[in-house]
Design a protein around this ligand. Structure first.
Ligand code: NDP
Length: 438
């Protein structure tokens, strides 16, 4: 870590993600001196390659605009590079390196053959017209297309990149590469997308939560759940929770949080879905329409709840937030976002021995169904929603079992952070050892 800290001092998110994994795997790593001989850690922490490039595009006023863009191919020991693309003004190399690093272990946990990658740009889709977004996506892929492919690197969505953006990027990719093998996942249903892919990350997180609750004999019905975010992950998390009889008491966006102590109603959910998915509106509008409490610039973590599911962005839940949740009696935290809890918050949850699932385990359902989309594209078939959903449930149960196997504490409780990191690491490590120094 000290070596990485001095080499990458300006990359705090990347160092944070690496430190968490290295701390968890220290014990198992030391049991394998051959790993050290192969310098496995350094080779695993530093991405295989990073593409950094300029994207120039023309806005609706005819002005030429320029953004920074990236694709990080982190590790392909167990399969083609695989990971989403993020468009957000905060995107930089540190954030994408942390995401690509996390993705490698997450993809390993899914049991599917996928390596780890991440990409993106500091382009913000907010306030841009459809045509501007299309021109930007095309310009991004005009550079990227030669480095990706169905058996090389398969991008998907993330913050700021949903079905619309994937459609634009895939269209451009097909034109440049002159092939039709489904190199992106999260595609529209008409051109190779998989049923349940939009829902997969949120549904998968709820399935993981159900597995955790079952270890303590707790029923989800009637539980108050605080969710952050109101994008792809958050919305389908809320949908599945409501189907199961839980009460969704908060949702948020980058401007504020809505609070509904009795839980979202079906009618409110439908309005919220339309507001966020179709119109990309603000939750403030929801609060005005329904007269509910709205915390301007506030986070969801200080209201009474039984379960918290952070589903917006990294480091959105800090030590104070964690202490407030614990003081309010939270029994489980299951992360839809990647690394939403700061290290201080993670320690607070682990010390309190609540059910705490890190994103790399709990939100792996999204990439798992992306893996299923790749399988369907390779077969030139599409599976039913029931079939995909059942596979998703099985995969989440399997990830939960792996966490329990490697993360069991002496008192019988489970450290899901350790379990996920060790299980994810061991598979990648064995694959790297078997393939020699590359
Ligand atoms: P979306 O862009 O669909 O939604 C993101 C949500 O988070 C929006 O409500 C957005 O608010 C809010 N948000 C974004 N940045 C911030 C910020 N800096 N502060 C406060 N709120 C913010 O993204 P996704 O739902 O796809 O992704 C959410 C998280 O889940 C990310 O961490 C992502 O990496 C992770 N994830 C996503 C997967 C997927 O399949 N999509 C798979 C696995 C993990 P606003 O509406 O104001 O922009």
């Amino acid at each position: 870590m000290s070596d990485l800290r001095s080499r990458f001092a300006h990359e705090p998110e990347y160092l944070q993600a690496v430190e968490e994994v290295l701390t968890s795997i220290e014990e198992v790593y030391n049991q394998h001196p051959e790993f050290e001989r192969y310098n496995l850690i350094e080779r695993l922490c530093i991405p295989d390659r990073i593409f950094t490039f300029r994207v120039s595009w023309i806005d609706d006023e005819g002005q030429v605009r320029t953004n920074m863009a990236y694709r990080i191919q982190h590790n392909n020991a167990i399969g083609p590079y695989k990971g989403g693309v993020r468009f957000h003004s905060s995107v930089n190399q540190s954030i994408l390196k942390f995401l690509a690093f996390e993705q490698t272990f997450k993809n390993s946990l899914t049991t599917l053959a996928m390596g780890g990658a991440k990409g993106g740009s500091d382009f913000s889709p907010k306030g841009k017209s459809n045509m501007e977004i299309m021109r930007f996506c095309q310009a991004y892929v005009a550079e990227l297309w030669r480095h990706i492919g169905p058996d090389t690197d398969v991008p998907a969505g993330d913050i700021g990149v949903g079905g619309r953006e994937v459609g634009f990027m895939y269209g451009m990719y097909k034109k440049m590469a002159r092939e039709n093998t489904g190199t992106f996942t999260g595609k529209g249903m008409e051109f190779g997308g998989s049923l349940i892919r939009p829902e997969a990350t949120g549904y998968g997180n709820v399935y993981f939560l159900l597995n955790m609750l079952a270890t303590r004999g707790i029923d989800i019905k009637g539980k108050r759940v605080a969710i952050s975010g109101s994008g792809n992950v958050a919305i389908y998390t809320a949908e599945k929770l409501m189907q199961l009889g839980a009460r969704v008491v908060t949702m948020s966006d980058s401007d504020g949080t809505i609070y509904l102590p009795e839980g979202l109603t079906q009618e409110q959910y439908e309005y919220l879905f339309e507001l966020k998915v179709y119109y990309r509106g603000r939750l403030r509008e929801f609060a005005e329409k329904y007269g509910c409490e709205y915390f301007d610039r506030g986070k969801p973590w200080h209201v009474p709840c039984d379960i918290a599911m952070p589903s917006a962005t990294q480091n959105e839940l800090d030590g104070d937030d964690a202490r407030a949740l614990l003081a309010n009696g939270v029994i489980a935290v299951s992360e839809g976002a990647n690394m939403p809890s700061t290290p201080e918050a993670v320690h607070a949850f682990l010390d309190a021995k609540i059910l705490y699932a890190p994103g790399k385990a709990a939100n792996a359902g999204g990439v798992a169904v992306s893996g299923l989309e790749m399988a369907q594209n390779a077969q030139k078939m599409s599976w039913t929603a029931q079939e995909v959903d059942q596979r998703l449930k099985d995969i989440m149960a399997n990830i939960h079992a792996q966490c329990c196997k490697y993360g069991q504490n002496p008192d019988g409780t489970v450290n899901y952070v350790k379990g996920a990191n060790v299980a994810g690491f061991m598979k990648v490590a064995r694959a790297m050892m078997a393939q020699g120094v590359l």
